[in-house]
Design a protein around this ligand. Structure first.
Ligand SMILES: NC(=O)c1ccc[n+]([C@@H]2O[C@H](COP(=O)([O-])OP(=O)(O)OC[C@H]3O[C@@H](n4cnc5c(N)ncnc54)[C@H](OP(=O)(O)O)[C@@H]3O)[C@@H](O)[C@H]2O)c1
Length: 216
């Protein structure tokens, strides 16, 4: 079975993906800069199904078969740079959104290469970057009884890798993987998260993306 590591997995977003992945049957390592923090965080997560979930240092999480980057955008590149060797020849999923708060809104920030996924691809030339999970509210992922029924918009320049991630997402409770296309879409997909969160702040909800018109 594929193992999944989450860098910055102690945060709500990484923990949310972790519990969903473990509930889909994957063995998940929640990573942290401080292994003991990850061990504590993992104790509070109770996946359903045959998968497992444990905490460890980011280094150990990076040694898994597939790795998710779930740190704040300001620290994502620095986090992966020191793990280049462990991350080589693997799929690295970026769920990182570069956003800043302005009053009641979140607005997108465009890093030099246009998106955080492109920044990570530049930092990790020997890895395959796939973008996914940008629009999902952590609270809904963390609560396996939230009735989550959403789409995960996926992009990558590697056709096989993006389809693999879509297949994994399809196994996660309440989620459907939708391949949108290449890395060229990364900035638009990441920036749309600002729209989702601004709607959530304004309307005091936890909305997320569900695309109409797709065939099941
Ligand atoms: N929150 C959501 O609903 C959501 C949904 C989709 C996507 N995202 C994206 O997912 C990412 C994580 O979101 P989050 O809300 O979980 O963020 P967060 O709680 O602020 O941070 C996640 C984890 O990153 C680690 N971290 C914090 N500062 C760091 C630094 N300077 N260097 C290295 N690691 C650091 C921390 O883990 P340790 O201290 O244990 O190392 C922290 O628990 C963001 O890029 C966000 O845009 C969030």
């Amino acid at each position: 079975m594929t193992t999944v590591g989450i860098l910055g997995g102690t945060g709500p977003a990484g923990s949310g993906v972790a519990i969903q992945m473990a509930s889909a049957g994957y063995d998940v390592v929640l990573g942290s800069r401080d292994a003991s923090r990850a061990v504590e965080a993992a104790k509070g997560l109770n996946p359903r199904g045959s998968g497992t979930l444990r905490g460890a240092a980011n280094e150990e999480a990076a040694s898994c078969d597939l790795v998710v980057v779930a740190t704040p955008w300001e620290s994502a590149v620095a986090t992966v740079m020191v793990l280049r060797v462990q991350l080589a020849n693997k799929i690295v999923i970026s769920m990182v959104n570069a956003l800043v708060r302005e009053g009641k809104e979140l607005v997108p920030v465009y890093p030099p290469r246009g998106s955080m996924a492109a920044q990570l691809a530049f930092a990790l030339p020997d890895s395959t970057i796939v973008g996914a999970f940008h629009h999902l509210p952590a609270d809904q992922m963390l609560d396996l009884d939230s009735g989550l029924d959403g789409d995960v918009v996926i992009f990558s320049d590697d056709d096989e890798a993006r389809q693999r991630v879509a297949d994994i997402v399809d196994e996660m409770p309440g989620l459907r993987g939708v391949v949108a296309g290449s890395m060229s879409l990364a900035s638009a997909i990441e920036a749309f998260t600002a729209v989702c969160i601004s709607i959530n702040i304004r309307h005091k909800v936890h909305s997320y993306v569900k695309l109409a018109g797709l065939k099941d």
